[in-house]
Ligand binder design. Structure first.
Ligand SMILES: [Fe+2]
Ligand SMILES: [Fe+2]
Length: 257
């Protein structure tokens, strides 16, 4: 008999910490032992402050507390979710803050936001390479279809050359906020075990495009931030290794393959 769950997948008491990674860009992170990964949200403090990912709903209260350590919630202008999944935007309560607007990709808008009951319709959607000025920072939206999901999008902040690639370049474990060592082998292992990419091709095309942008810092949604010097190793690992879905989903073999 399948299990009936009555509680959130990510526990409410998950400890969450905050660290400033770079000039007003904060990483708000909680390690969830059950899954062996961190869930990271990023707050860009600017004239129009932006939160990238809301985190899973179970972690909402603790993430909200950390945002409030930097600014009152009613200062928040934008919440960006980079694909339609519960860890990227389960914490929709952030949208209750007065004046906050939801940002997403054009596909997230067309496929999900304007078509579901109970999902807030009011949002701003972006086509590939469109930008949004938030004050001294400029967010560039990159559509990255089939890099995990059909509606996947990434954000590149032009002035600091910060890349927010969502579930690309992620690593397992409870790590320090920024890593300068090469953890790409564990990234590849994680992808093989989780089965989040249907095929290598769209991922490799995107990785090449991202490498050309020359990010100074990469802010993945799971694992530590990646420094510029070691980033090429992650791109190389995606070019040289197989990591697409091969019948294993979240560590469990699907007999039908
Ligand atoms: Fe995801
Ligand atoms: Fe994620």
């Amino acid at each position: 008999m399948p299990e009936v769950r009555k509680e959130y997948r990510v526990a409410k008491d998950t400890p969450v910490s905050i660290s400033e990674i770079k000039d007003g860009i904060y990483r708000i992170s909680g390690f969830v032992k059950e899954f062996g990964i961190t869930f990271n949200q990023f707050l860009i403090d600017d004239e129009k402050p932006t939160l990238i990912h809301t985190g899973p709903i179970g972690m909402y209260e603790r993430i909200e507390e950390k945002v409030k350590e930097v600014m009152p919630l009613d200062k928040l202008s934008y919440v960006a979710f980079l694909h339609f999944e519960s860890d990227e935007w389960g914490g929709m309560d952030f949208l209750k803050s007065p004046g906050v607007k939801l940002l997403c990709s054009d596909l997230s808008s067309k496929l999900n936001l304007v078509g579901w009951n109970g999902v807030p319709v009011d949002h701003i959607s972006f086509w590939d390479n469109e930008t949004l000025k938030t004050g001294r920072r400029t967010l560039r939206f990159l559509m990255t279809p089939h890099v995990h999901h059909w509606d996947s999008m990434m954000v590149f902040e032009d002035t600091t050359k910060s890349l927010f690639p969502s579930d690309l370049f992620i690593q397992p474990g409870e790590n320090r906020p920024v890593a300068s060592d090469d953890l790409s082998e564990s990234m590849i292992k994680l992808y093989r075990g989780a089965g989040i990419f249907a095929s290598e091709n769209p991922v490799r095309q995107t990785a090449k495009r991202l490498a050309k942008l020359g990010p100074e810092m990469v802010f993945p949604m799971h694992g530590p931030c990646i420094e510029k010097g070691v980033f090429p190793k992650y791109v190389d690992a995606l070019m040289k290794n197989e990591f697409a879905y091969s019948g294993v989903l979240l560590g469990q073999k699907l007999e039908a393959g």
